[in-house]
Design a protein around this ligand. Structure first.
Ligand code: ADP
Ligand code: GLC
Length: 499
């Protein structure tokens, strides 16, 4: 227990923060990307430090229920909420995911969540407004007075406005301060203003962004930026970038207005999941910085499984990614065919997303049989194996709020080749042949030429003592939540003071 300690004479009282945490994703239950990893790892950290965290997540049809048992909460069984003119009935289930100590409160509303996919429905705004408001209503019924209301991304970004409007009458929330974490400003959840009645704001409708309303839009993320007491994002560099027109996706003026109330905290890594020394997926191929023989075994196993023919000097590139324009796949399209034609290298790629990028990787695997394998889809297990087996990891993102795979790569002795943006810039240090310091290869311009130069640098270093140095430097880096989580606690403390 390490909750804020208050010392009264001889007695030290442990005073935990009460945190209401709302997210659309939470690993391993509901995950499409890093939002899930970060939500659960941060909550685990806060819980481990003695804080009282109540996590709210939809009871999606596609929730990963492996090892999960849930119970309905007796007093929270037949609840109902009006979202504008739509009335929804829901109940609350509570369960603790396997391997975790932190319970999750599930909002079971079949009309909204008993469907395929986590996102992509015409009424998504209502689905997440219900989640957001149910978190308040359930807190009221549990008499849970949060110090911190922590919401994430556009899905739950109306929470800070609700705190100032619909729920402001309730003394339970009188001392509550709100935090919005932006994991990705590229997704803002905009919906038509004809549906703005779904916000149920009544007289407080004037607090909506009026120009947008006149233009026929409601932008959830924008309202989070306007009304959260603190806006955080997932790396310091991204916090600066999103204040500029090139990266702010239209929200940059609003972020600039918030001044010092916008901060960047680099994500941490859940090393219980992502460490080759005890990676549950790797079996006998586990390894450490002192003994990399398991990494070589992983490479052989992956080569066998994916039918890749790898010589001793073949540089194996890895990619694990959502295949969307954010991730710089179009640059790879320009560069990889030549690289594969000209050099002794291979590629193991895993991902799914936009058809054009899936199509490119499929073509590449046809054009380079035995050299390129593309797994189209989602596989936790294969993601771990690729991290372990690859020599270098490609992440040439157009923008990257934080990025987790480059940090996993560092721990797995897989040299990251990344564009110097967002969290990639904050987590990968350029290798210097002169000093022997650094753990990856970075490039600046979003151009095929710049990516090609970075890949050429990797090819020239591979197999040399420099490469081994880079691996050792990377494996020694530490992005644990023990360090990063403290920064969230500092931010909470700045908002509400020590409790
Ligand atoms: P983003 O959240 O933008 O997708 P991150 O790097 O923060 O990017 O996090 C991505 C997370 O999702 C990582 O844990 C990564 O391993 C995982 N991931 C992405 N695509 C796949 C896939 N096809 N199969 C398995 N895991 C994936
Ligand atoms: C987003 C970002 C990614 C970040 C993740 C978790 O999906 O694209 O960079 O690591 O959220 O914060």
């Amino acid at each position: 227990m390490n909750a804020t300690a208050v010392i009264f004479g001889r007695y030290t009282l442990l005073m935990p923060y009460r945190i209401l945490f709302i997210s659309a994703e939470y690993a391993p239950l509901a995950k499409t990307g890093g939002l899930a990893d970060v939500s659960s790892a941060l909550c685990h950290y806060l819980h481990s430090q003695g804080h009282d965290v109540r996590v709210f997540l939809p009871w999606y049809r596609e929730l990963n229920r492996t090892g999960l048992t849930v119970e309905p909460v007796a007093s929270l069984e037949s609840l109902a909420l009006n979202v504008g003119e739509h009335r929804y009935e829901y109940r609350v289930l509570v369960g603790t995911p396997p391997g975790s100590q932190q319970p999750v409160h599930f909002i079971d509303c079949p009309a909204l969540y008993d469907r395929n996919g986590f996102y992509g429905h015409a009424d998504d705004h209502r689905r997440f407004l219900l989640l957001t408001r149910a978190a308040f209503e359930v807190a009221q019924r549990m008499a849970f007075a949060p110090h911190i209301l922590h919401c994430n991304d556009w899905h739950t970004a109306f929470a800070p406005l609700y705190l100032r409007t619909n729920y402001a009458w309730d003394r339970l929330f009188a001392a509550t301060r709100s935090v919005l974490t932006i994991h990705n400003i590229g997704y803002q959840g905009v919906f038509w203003s004809v549906e703005s009645g779904d916000l149920s704001l009544g007289d407080a409708r004037w607090m909506l962004h009026q120009d947008d309303l006149r233009d026929g839009r409601v932008n959830p993320l924008l309202h989070g930026v306007m009304y959260a007491d603190l806006v955080t994002t997932v790396s310091p560099t991204y916090a600066n970038e999103i204040r500029t027109p090139s990266y702010g996706a239209g929200l940059d003026p609003f972020l600039r207005d918030r001044g010092s109330q916008v901060i960047g905290i680099l994500n941490g890594v859940d090393y219980a999941e992502w460490d080759p020394r005890h990676d549950a997926h790797l079996g006998d191929a586990r390894y450490s910085a002192q003994d990399l023989s398991g990494k070589r075994a992983a490479r052989r196993a992956v080569a066998r499984e994916l039918s890749l023919s790898l010589g001793p000097k073949t540089l194996l590139f890895g990619i694990v990614s959502r295949l969307v324009s954010q991730k710089g796949i179009d640059l790879l399209e320009e560069v990889l065919p030549d690289v594969l034609s000209q050099h002794d290298c291979a590629l193991a790629a895993l991902g799914s997303g936009e058809p054009q990028f899936e199509g490119f990787l499929t073509r590449l695997s046809t054009d380079f049989p035995g050299r390129v394998h593309f797994t189209r889809g989602y596989s936790e297990r294969r993601a771990h194996w690729i991290e372990a087996a690859a020599d270098a990891f490609l992440m040439p993102s157009r923008y990257e709020p934080c990025g987790l795979n480059q940090m996993y790569s560092l721990r797995y002795g897989t040299v990251p080749i990344v564009r110097r943006t967002g969290g990639l810039a904050d987590s990968v240090t350029p290798y210097s042949r002169t000093t022997g310091l650094g753990d990856g290869i970075l490039f600046d311009d979003y151009s095929p030429g710049a990516l090609r130069a970075a890949i050429d640098q990797a090819l020239s270093l591979f197999g040399s003592a420099h490469w081994d140095r880079m691996i050792q430097n990377g494996m020694a880096r530490d992005f644990s939540w023990q360090t990063q989580g403290k920064l969230y606690l500092d931010a909470y403390r700045d908002l509400v003071g020590p409790v």
